[in-house]
Design a binder for this molecule. Structure first.
Ligand SMILES: *Cc1c(COP(=O)(O)O)cnc(C)c1O
Length: 563
């Protein structure tokens, strides 16, 4: 049965299944978790993204920590169903034909959300055009623009071909999808019998569009040179209607989305403040990100919740009852997750990690502002903490973008620290951080570490995955953690909010604060006051696991952005 869909959700990446390389990191996981929550609550959503025959990349690391990228191959037919309709877009005067493959997300109550993945690999297309939908975040600026034309313009056309005529809202998950608004403008004009759009059309499109901005880093916003855009699209409105399309010298996809959406939001309260300053003149709302609880709770905690908190999957707010879970059973559930994770660590790296030793986890994209190496700022200090306060071990994981020389060097630096600390602090680096590893790791460490340079972490979601598994965070006060941290109750803060943003000043200060917390708060609590540590674990689930979910997030979108 094809129920009428009212909301179209567009995202450059969507994590759908462990074996499908249709995502790179946090943005794609968030998109998948959002759609899984939509399916759970039977919200009439349809989603659009690209197929990515070659995915992002598989990471290998040599003995020195140098990253080697391998392309992912996967059998599309094993996961997706090809749909009969075809549509096309014009790029540089050529017709690029498109098809779509369908994936259905099924919710806890049997609802479903269709996801349409667009594919240009058709024999009618030129060899170059056939590769447009192959690589996620690969290729140059021109390649990226072509992908955004296929997703934005081609995506709307494909939805129409598939019979979705009642769509009332178009949600752009980040600016990559902004060109969908241009197609909607054309639709308005066509419906009115005109061949150019006017200000009424713009108002009408604005009433349909919702835009979520995800990055606090200015370089994270796509800007395409105007001549490139005009040569790709073959139309002149872009430079004629500067107030809609342009800011400065190029087509800025973020401003396009801002200008053509009636509701714009940041992904945490702090990020909304930062975005509001960056985009003064636009009203930015806040909807803090979440995770899909049933996807991220590990098997042992699923069993525990099923026993004591029935209905937690259908209504995640029930997780507030985690405060009354028996401490011994929480510890056992955690021990099972930890054993499964350390087993993988030891098999993969021979690190010899031990189950009774306090274990920290750090895993995310290795981008400079994420400061993966903050913990390794002073190796002598780390050794002395391990000698004097108590043993601890650390597991790192994360991919650097292939073009990010600084990120690649950060991984080598961590490898050098692992050597330097041998025999004193056990540290391991796991390769190819992906959805599967993230599941094992966020549930299987004792404390989740996050040390970005504030205020650049828009939200961060891995700490939320940890929380719902009873793993508290030790984190810089930035992104979601400003909202989630109750000191000593749900975890611990590093540094203070709103200090200077000069890395040279702030990094030594944050490192010192991190060492203080590990030495004087976390280690003593873990080894000497296990009951209080278990209280923190239960509060992490009850206060943060229950709240930082895509179910709550989607409810906010429904109430304030969609209808
Ligand atoms: C959750 C997740 C991320 C995002 O984590 P952050 O906390 O936002 O850095 C990235 N990659 C994978 C594989 C994830 O599961």
């Amino acid at each position: 049965m094809n129920i009428d869909r009212l909301i179209a959700y567009f995202s450059m990446e969507i994590a759908l299944e462990l074996e499908m390389p249709t995502y790179c990191g946090g943005l794609g996981i968030l998109a998948g978790d959002t759609l899984r929550a939509a399916a759970d609550s039977r919200l009439p959503v349809a989603a659009v993204s690209l197929l990515y025959r070659k995915g992002y990349f598989r990471q290998r690391l040599d003995a020195a920590g140098s990253q080697i990228e391998e392309s992912c191959e996967w059998k599309i037919e094993d996961f997706l169903q090809e749909l009969p309709p075809r549509t096309s877009v014009i790029i540089s005067g050529r017709t690029v034909h498109l098809r779509a493959w369908q994936y259905d997300i099924t919710g806890v109550k049997g609802g479903s959300v269709p996801v349409y993945l667009l594919d240009t690999d058709l024999p009618e297309n030129s060899e170059w055009d056939r590769r447009i939908t192959d690589h996620l975040y690969g290729g140059d600026e021109w390649y990226r623009l072509c992908q955004e034309i296929v997703m934005g313009i081609g995506g709307v056309r494909m939805l129409r071909e598939l019979g979705h005529h009642k769509l009332a809202r178009f949600h752009m998950n980040e600016g990559h999808a902004s060109l969908l608004a241009m197609e909607l403008l054309d639709e308005e004009a066509l419906a009115a019998g005109r061949n150019t759009f006017n200000h009424e059309d713009i108002e009408s499109v604005r009433s349909k569009c919702v835009f979520t901005t995800h990055t606090a880093v200015p370089a994270g916003h796509d800007v395409f040179p105007l001549d490139m855009v005009e040569s790709a699209l073959g139309r002149t409105e872009v430079s004629e209607m500067r107030e809609i399309f342009c800011c400065g010298t190029g087509l800025n996809m973020t401003y396009l989305a801002l200008n053509l959406s009636h509701y714009v939001n940041g992904v945490a309260k702090k990020h909304t403040e930062v975005s509001q300053r960056m985009f003064a003149g636009y009203k930015i709302h806040d909807v803090t990100n979440g995770i899909h609880a049933a996807t991220w709770v590990c098997p042992s905690f699923q069993r525990l919740f099923d026993r004591y908190i029935p209905g937690w999957r259908e209504d995640n707010f029930n997780l507030r009852h985690a405060l009354s879970l028996p401490a011994a059973e929480v510890w056992d559930a955690h021990a099972e997750a930890k054993a499964a994770f350390l087993d993988r660590v030891n098999r993969e790296t021979n690190a010899g990690m031990e189950a009774n030793v306090l274990t920290f986890g750090f895993a995310r994209r290795i981008a400079d502002y994420k400061r993966a190496d903050l913990l390794l700022y002073d190796l002598e200090r780390l050794k002395s903490i391990a000698r004097q306060a108590g043993a601890f071990q650390v597991v790192f994981a994360g991919k650097a973008h292939p073009g990010d020389a600084v990120g690649r060097e950060t991984i080598r630096k961590i490898f050098r620290a692992i050597e330097a600390l041998k025999g004193q602090v056990r540290i391991a680096y796991l390769t190819n951080y992906d959805w599967e590893l993230a599941r094992l790791m966020t549930a299987g460490v004792d404390v989740w570490l996050n040390t970005p340079l504030p205020p650049l972490e828009a939200s961060g979601t891995s700490g939320m995955k940890a929380a719902v598994n009873g793993v508290p965070s030790l984190s810089i006060l930035d992104g979601w953690w400003i909202e989630g941290c109750i000191e000593g109750t749900t975890g611990w803060a590093i540094g203070e909010a709103s200090r200077t943003t000069d890395p040279a000043q702030i990094t030594p200060y944050d490192a010192a604060s991190l060492y203080e917390k590990i030495e004087h708060v976390v280690i003593p609590l873990y080894y000497n006051e296990r009951d209080r540590f278990l209280d923190v674990m239960r509060h992490a689930i009850a206060l943060n696991g229950a709240y930082f979910t895509t179910q709550r997030m989607l409810l906010q979108y429904v109430l304030s952005a969609y209808f």
